[in-house]
Structures are given as structure tokens and as C-alpha cells.
Ligand binder design. Sequence first.
Ligand SMILES: [Zn+2]
Length: 302
Amino acid sequence: MLSNEIMKNAWKQHVIVPAFNIPYIPMMEPIIQATRDEDAFCQVAVARLEWIKFEAQSMEAIAAEFHRLNPGDHVRLHQDHIPVIDEDDLRVPYQDLIRKAIDLGYQSVMVDGSRLPLEENIAATREVVEIAHPANIPVEAELGAVLGHEADPTMTYDEIVRTRSGFTSVEETKRFVAETGCDWLSVAFGNIHGAVSEALRHQKKVAARLDIDHLKTLSGAAGIPLVLHGGSGIPKEGILDAVQNGIAKINIGTEVRQTYEQALADGGDTAAARKAVYEKTRWMLREFFAISGTREAVRGGL
Ligand SMILES: [Zn+2]
């Protein structure tokens, strides 16, 4: 079943699809195993910055590990954040990377034009939709700005929320969805990415406060599944509320990454770190997202 149909089913039934980022390749197997053991459904995902700034190695290496593990019904492979302009303000050959992801078997892709002016974000996203849709690959885009990845953050989280910096605009959402034809949309309503700069990446993430009323309005304007980036560190009630109000997918990076890194820092070997990831993932699926046993439901009961 195609990734897009699964997401639509999940969205209609208010079941969240977690997308777990894979900054270290040995994390993938325990995440997939945990998802199977909870009979849930998830995506495993890699963002460009994870093969540049972490140890995901490459788009090819992640795809090869996914195909080696052959997870079947429980998991789909997602290409996360291919930025048009990256966190260090450099232009990225995004069309080439999207084409390459599709050729390698990624089952959905994300183009991130959120650092561009609206018109240019629309144009870049439209271009990616025209590359991906003929191959039956859904496209996620980002409107507004989920901050946090910047090499040198200029605002504290409290300032971001107080000034509503980067919050997605309702008017722009309507226009963006209509003109790009994107399938899923990452929106900003108080969520924040985990820091990736060397100086900050080991810090505990802030407990983000979501503006659910704003989300509701965005969801009404978008009419497509919305995506919550920066899912680590949000209190459970906030997540469950978001799922009832238009969020269909949540990206989890920091929380599982730090679990893996901490196990190694505590003197464990890779096997111990993988076990820690397995346990953390099972706990999140069961206790935090409450999606144990939902695989059938998101597949439309097939
Ligand atoms: Zn993100």
C-alpha cells in the first residue's frame, strides 16, 4: 500500500504516524523491530543534515539498510528535509537529491523551502511535486518555519512563542496547498526542532507549547494531512490534542537520538545502545502515542 494512502487513513482516523529520524544507521533495526512488536505503523526517515552532521552516512546507506531489513507492512521509508537553502544558508541541488531519493526507493519525500520567500517556496515545491507525482511518490513541504536547526540560534524558545516567529499563516496555507499540489504540510504553531549544532545538540529539549487553536485554523485551510516537526519534548496531552486537530504525522529526532548517544556515553556498546533505542521506541508507541495495534487501521483494515 502506498505511503500516501496510509497517511490519509491515519489522518481520517486521528491515528498518528511517527516518523523516526535515523542519524545513526544502527538505530534503524531496533526502531523497526519495536514497531513490529507493537503492531503499529511508522516511517523511518533521514534528513540531509543527518548524513552531513551526524552518522547516517548517505542517502544510499540509509536506503540500503532499509531494504536489507525489509520491514514490510509496518514501516515506510521517508526522505526528510531536503532544503532549498540549508541551515548554514547554502543553496542545495534539491531537484537532484529528490530524484536520487526516488530512484533509491524512498517512498515519500520532503522539500523544505521554508527559508525562501513565499513565491519561491511555492515554485520549488511545485517543481518537486512535478518530479515526484509521476512516480507515485507523495511530497511533504514546509510553510512557515519550524526553527531550531540554525547553526547559531538568535532567539530563545520563549521569544519565538511570544512573537509567534515563523508561525504558519492561514492565508498563505490556502494558497500554498492549492498552487503546489503538495500532499502533506509541515506547519509551525509553537513546535521547534531539536538543536543540531555541536555546542547545543546534547542539551535537553524545551517542553514546547503548541497553539492548538492556530493548528485548527491551519488544518481547515489546508485540507490535507499536517505534519508536526520537532516532536521530541512536547508533553503527551499536546501531541494527542494535535492529532485530534489535523496532525497526521510527527517527526521524532532528538529524543531517540539522545537515547542512543547516552547509552554509548554511559559506556555501553552498540548493542546496548540499540537495546535502549528499542525500549524507548516501544514505550513511545505504546504509552506516548497510544498506537499499539493500529497497523491494520492505518492500512484501511486491509
Ligand atoms: Zn523537521
